[in-house]
Design a protein around this ligand. Sequence first.
Ligand SMILES: [Zn+2]
Length: 278
Amino acid sequence: MNRTVILSGLVLAVVLVVTLVGFAPSTGVTTDPEISAILSNVDSNRILNTAQTMQNFRTRQSCSDQPQPGQGVTAARDFLFSQYSSIPGLQVRLDPFVHPSCPNSPTFNVIAWLPGKRPNQLVIVGGHYDSRTSNTNDSTSDAPGGNDAGAQTAVVLELARVLAGHQFNSTIVFMSFAGEEQGLFGSASIAANLSRYFQQPQVIAMLNTDIPGGDNTANTAADLENFRLYSPGIPRERRGTDSRWHDRQHLSFPRCNALRWDLGRNLCSHHQYAPQIA
Ligand SMILES: [Zn+2]
């Protein structure tokens, strides 16, 4: 993990907080004190520590459930469960699903939620915690995956920490998926089984983070100033003909280092609508 990655993760955490709670005020506009308080609690050192802890499990490949003690995906899962459980006000669950590559034992997402005033109205923020080598089915070799997926796991956990203790209209759900590297199995399962935990759930937004910050060797400086936004759009935009609202990729978002912000891989369509943000 290098400093650029961690700082970028911090920036993404700030962006996600602002998106979940409300839009950040620009210069000269009165600052919302609650948003400011939440933002000031985002801790880059905690993000770094969590990402490093995740890579210290050596591998988090989704079938690595019988490695050395303290290693593998099961140890990582238990760590995440304990971390979410230590945050006051969160409901925390291990969410089992059958992974086609390791069908003899269930694989688990770790999910937590902050109940809202409208309990079944959900805003989901997630990222996978499993890792892989170049061979996705290798469950024994080292796959530390600090940037993918230690970083996004750390960002989602930090969001849970800073948002806990506040009251929101929607229930905010934090999801750490497994089974993603072999085919997005964990997120597909929870998308189909939300009613296990919520009565008549209505998902109004899903923010998925993957490789927040990326790295500054595989990406150019310009890449580090971009993120991608996928959204089905609001009805007015879907009906409209303005080309700015359709089929745009790699939108420039100055001052934001978040590289990939895939909104709704499994829960929404991949159509895009955001205009260029000057
Ligand atoms: Zn990933």
